[in-house]
Each structure stands twice: as structure tokens, then as C-alpha cells.
Design a binder for this molecule. Structure first.
Ligand SMILES: [Zn+2]
Length: 335
């Protein structure tokens, strides 16, 4: 895959349908950073779908092509698919992001790092081996071009799935959140723009315990074995609860679009009927990690809480980050 540093167009972009409008929602932009194709479907997909439906511009940064992903769906495990896995996964990503409602997908241009100790992990084109500065620079270029008020990334605590690419996503997001608004950093990566809020996707253990209990209640075999359940003792603090009622099925549909990665017969993903899942947990949760418009120990039901007001008021002397250009209706971004 061609590496790109956040250039404006090219094969890394899936024909964007930028929205232009006069209502505040359409001046908002939500940028999610993920490691591999399919992560955008398993994490926060329903939330993105909800904001997209409201007119918020939604942008996905996918850091790697997922070249090291195992084929987990027996029906897709053929020599043809194996020989062309990179292209197959890009097509799956396109289908999934269409289902979710991402307006734009930007590939950061790195190769899947595989697990530590693997051959892939040592490759110089892997995300894990890339110089931190370079990877941050690519993300900064995307932030400055897309100008998202809100960014979503992975939490600092990832001991349950310490994939090197997932750890890296966290790392570069944090640095880029700071660097994007600093004119002294990456001067060639576009005009400085400071996003206002940075969130972590979290999955409170309570959610999995409820799902496990529902399997038992319905007399179904739970895909949560003792080992998995034992790990579900962690406490994932969250600040923000997004109502995704009506958008929950998006997650399952988008996951199924990743046909090589997700077995449609998987009891873990699809063991409970969608309406039952929706009933158990019609929300997705996030933790506000950094905010330029207030405290982070909040309780809120909107990733753009505080941002909508900030966006429509004229910029004050402190000129909050890149708010100014959004105080007037902007022309369609050049994609
Ligand atoms: Zn992943």
C-alpha cells in the first residue's frame, strides 16, 4: 500500500460526500482513529452512525491495512482470498464504512505490525516500527485538514488486547491532539488546528457480564468462558454515555462486511438476537480524556457537549483552537 502523509486525495480516500449546511451539526466533525480495518466496526460504530445521521461529518483514520489479520471465517478461507488479502480487506473496509456512515476514510499508510516477536513486527514498513514523529505528523496533517472538534481513540489501559498497533494508536493520538494546534510543530502539515475534546472508547465490564447473563437466561451457551469472565473484573470509568437506540444494528452489519475477519456464525458477536442486545445495552460509552473547553470529570450524553455552543459563538481573545473557521458556513472541504 502506498504510504501517504495525509495528502488530499488518492486511493487512500473513499469518495467523500462532504456536507455543507447552515445548521450547527453540519459544522461539526468527529474523527476516529483505529488500528486495523474492522476496529471501526467493533468500536463505536453505532455512535458514529448516530452522529452521521445528525449531519455531523465523520472521518475515520485507519492506521494499517490489516495485512496480518487471520482469516477467521472458514467460508472465506480460500487460496484466492489469502493471495489478495490486502485488497480484500480494503474492499471490506469500504463496505463497512458505507454501512456505518463514515464520510471519509483516510489510510495512514502503515503495514499491520502483527504480534510482538512475529516477522511482521520487525518490518520497517510496520506501524510499530515507524518513527513516532513521522506517524504523528501524518495524523496531524489529517487533523489540520479535517478540523475535527472531537477525536476518539483507544484508552491508555489496553492490557486485555495489547496489540502493538492498538497501543500505537493511543500513543500517536495523544501527541497529535497536542501538536495539531501548535504552529511550531509540523509546519509543513497545514494550518494549525486544535481539536477541543479527546475521548477514549471504553467497554465497561458490566456490559459483558449482562450479555453473559442474558445467554444463560435464554438457555443459550455463552461464548464467555471462565477465563474471559475472570478478566471482566476491571473497572472502566466512563464520562459519556451515547444513546444509540436505533443504531445498534449498524455494528453487527458493519462487522459482517468484514467477511474474512468475522464469522457470521460467531456466538461472541451474533449469539444474541439484535433486538435482545439493543435491549440490554442501547448505549455506547466513552471517557473524556482531554478537553480544551472545560473539566474532564464530567457526566454527559453528547461527544459535542460544550462544543456546539463554542462553535457558534464568535471566537474570543483566547481564540479556542481552530474554532474561528467554523464560525461561518464553510465551503465543502476539497476532497
Ligand atoms: Zn485491531
Amino acid at each position: 500500500m502506498a504510504q501517504r502523509g495525509g495528502e488530499g486525495d488518492g486511493p487512500g480516500h473513499f469518495g467523500a460526500t462532504a456536507k455543507v449546511g447552515w445548521v450547527p451539526d453540519e459544522r461539526l466533525c468527529l474523527l476516529s482513529v483505529h488500528a486495523h480495518p474492522d476496529d471501526e466496526s467493533s468500536k463505536g460504530a453505532s455512535t458514529v452512525a448516530r452522529y452521521h445521521a445528525q449531519g455531523v461529518r465523520t472521518v475515520l483514520v485507519c492506521c494499517t491495512g490489516g495485512e496480518e489479520g487471520d482469516i477467521l471465517n472458514p467460508a472465506m478461507d480460500t487460496p484466492e482470498v489469502r493471495a489478495d488479502i490486502g485488497r480484500v480487506r480494503m474492499a471490506e473496509l469500504k463496505a463497512a464504512t458505507d454501512i456505518i456512515g463514515y464520510d471519509e476514510t483516510v489510510m495512514l499508510g502503515y503495514r499491520d505490525s502483527g504480534m510482538p516477536g512475529s516477522e511482521a513486527n520487525a518490518r520497517p514498513d510496520s506501524f510499530a516500527q515507524a518513527p513516532l514523529d513521522e506517524a504523528v505528523g501524518r495524523l496531524v496533517a489529517v487533523i489540520r485538514r479535517e478540523r475535527p472538534q472531537v477525536m476518539v481513540t483507544y484508552p491508555d489501559e489496553q492490557t486485555e488486547y495489547p496489540h502493538p498497533d492498538h497501543l500505537r494508536v493511543h500513543e500517536i493520538s495523544l501527541v497529535a491532539f497536542d501538536a495539531a494546534g501548535d504552529p511550531a510543530r509540523y509546519p509543513d502539515a497545514g494550518a494549525p488546528f486544535a481539536p477541543l475534546k479527546l475521548y477514549y472508547s471504553v467497554w465497561p465490564a458490566e456490559r459483558f457480564r449482562q450479555i453473559h447473563a442474558k445467554f444463560l437466561e435464554l438457555g443459550l451457551e455463552s461464548p464467555f468462558d471462565e477465563k474471559r469472565l475472570a478478566r471482566l473484573t476491571r473497572n472502566d470509568p466512563f464520562t459519556t454515555t451515547i444513546d444509540v437506540l436505533g443504531f445498534q444494528s449498524v455494528r453487527g452489519e458493519a462487522l459482517k462486511a468484514h467477511a474474512t475477519q468475522v464469522d457470521p456464525k460467531s456466538p461472541f458477536w451474533f449469539g444474541l438476537p439484535p433486538e435482545v442486545l439493543e435491549d440490554i445495552h442501547p448505549v455506547e460509552q466513552f471517557r473524556l480524556a482531554q478537553s480544551r473547553i472545560g473539566a474532564v470529570d464530567v457526566t454527559e450524553d453528547d461527544l459535542f457537549a460544550g462544543v456546539r455552543d463554542a462553535t457558534i459563538s464568535p471566537p474570543g481573545p483566547e481564540n479556542l483552537g481552530g474554532l474561528h473557521p467554523h464560525s461561518a458556513p464553510a465551503p465543502a472541504p476539497p476532497h
